[in-house]
Write a protein that binds this ligand. Structure first.
Ligand code: SF4
Length: 354
């Protein structure tokens, strides 16, 4: 049944501490019932910070000339993928700025195939490589990727327009999401929470958007202004505690409304609070994306301000992750793809665990 918009608005508008705590508890009960308390890991490789676009909020936008650009070569990526596999992560996510030139498309296809070969087909691969043609999505799917994340950023077309240059249309982004679904990917989307001029009604509509588009995985994060972007002026009025609370309420409301989707507890939460990751899990999230990119490259991949873990190596991150997950009484789905139950329920196919 389609979630009730008014109820979503009420959840997202809660102000009293005890009511907000009750919301998180309710969401956690729904999580336990529909997806359990096993956390799934996707080792995150930030493959390149080269981007052809200019989203007004993003620290790696094309016109940020203060940034040193990088991309990671094949040998290094395969080394990171092997490490991820040996650590029993089960899945990895490749994320980059957006490029659609032929050599890049070929490179990604090659990487997917080689990671699959390297891991005997056992490593689940999620891509987060922006808007592409349907043909490109299909090539990467056939090469072995099976999940794709493409955030809609906001489901309000007017708000979307205010955050992007005219050549980047909301309609095209939506079309991309639909193409991915048609091809057979498990499709992830998400929004930024706390954007300028965004209302709780917009956020409620974002959850309804996930429902209407039948999204399998959700990756949402608080909007954190970056000082090298056109939205840097918002830094002076940014309140981390409020941003964190709104993001957690959004995770909880999404869990309550959508039930069996995968929801990521994103790194941006941790940027706002040292325990942001755990708080996300306790509000209803069930996926973490530990960064396994070599620390040499991390500085260059800051989409928002204050990103944590820039100097932590992947092993230290894994240890800290384990401690934080066990500390809240949850377990880790090592060696499992951790596919979205929503996708599996739709397809009625058996689990694709390793
Ligand atoms: S949000 Fe994505 S597409 Fe937009 S500038 Fe940043 S990396 Fe590029």
């Amino acid at each position: 049944m389609r979630p009730n918009r008014q109820e979503l608005i009420e959840m997202l508008s809660l102000k009293k501490k005890d009511e907000i705590e009750a919301l998180y508890k309710r969401a956690y009960e729904v999580k336990k019932q529909y997806v359990g308390t096993k956390v799934y890991l996707r080792g995150l490789i930030e493959l390149s910070n080269i981007c052809t676009r200019n989203c007004y909020y993003c620290g790696i936008r094309k016109d940020n000339h203060l940034l040193e650009r990088y991309y990671i070569d094949k040998e290094e990526v395969l080394k990171e993928a092997r490490w991820c596999f040996e650590q029993h992560y089960g899945s990895l996510t490749i994320q980059t700025g957006e490029r659609s030139d032929k050599s890049w498309i070929d490179y990604i296809e090659e990487l997917i195939k080689e990671i699959k070969t390297l891991t005997d087909g056992k490593m689940g691969i999620t891509l987060s490589l922006g808007e592409q043609s349907e043909e490109t999505y299909l090539r990467w799917f056939e090469a072995g990727a099976h999940r794709y994340l493409l955030r809609i950023e906001t489901s309000n077309p007017e708000l979307y327009k205010s955050l992007h240059p005219a050549e980047n249309s909301f309609e095209n982004r939506l079309q991309c999401i639909r193409s991915l679904k048609k091809i057979g990917y498990q499709v992830g989307s998400g929004v930024m929470i706390g954007l300028p001029n965004q209302t709780v009604e917009d956020l409620a509509d974002d959850i309804l958007f996930f429902y209407d588009e039948d999204i399998d995985m959700i990756g949402m994060g608080p909007f954190i202004p970056h000082h090298q972007t056109p939205l840097a002026y918002l830094l002076s009025t940014f309140h981390p505690e409020e941003a964190l609370e709104q993001a957690l309420k959004m995770i909880a409301a999404t869990r309550i409304a959508l039930k069996d989707v995968n929801i990521a507890s994103t790194t941006a939460l941790q940027a706002l609070h040292p325990k942001g990751r755990e708080l996300g899990l306790l509000a209803g999230a069930n996926v973490l994306m530990p960064n396994i990119t070599d620390t040499r490259f991390r500085e260059g991949y800051q989409l928002y301000e204050g990103k944590p873990g820039l100097n932590e190596n992947a092993l230290a991150i894994r240890k800290a992750l384990e401690e934080s997950i066990y500390s809240i009484g949850e377990s880790i789905g090592y060696d499992e793809w951790g596919d979205s139950p929503h996708f599996k329920n739709k397809k009625n196919t058996p689990s694709e665990n390793l």
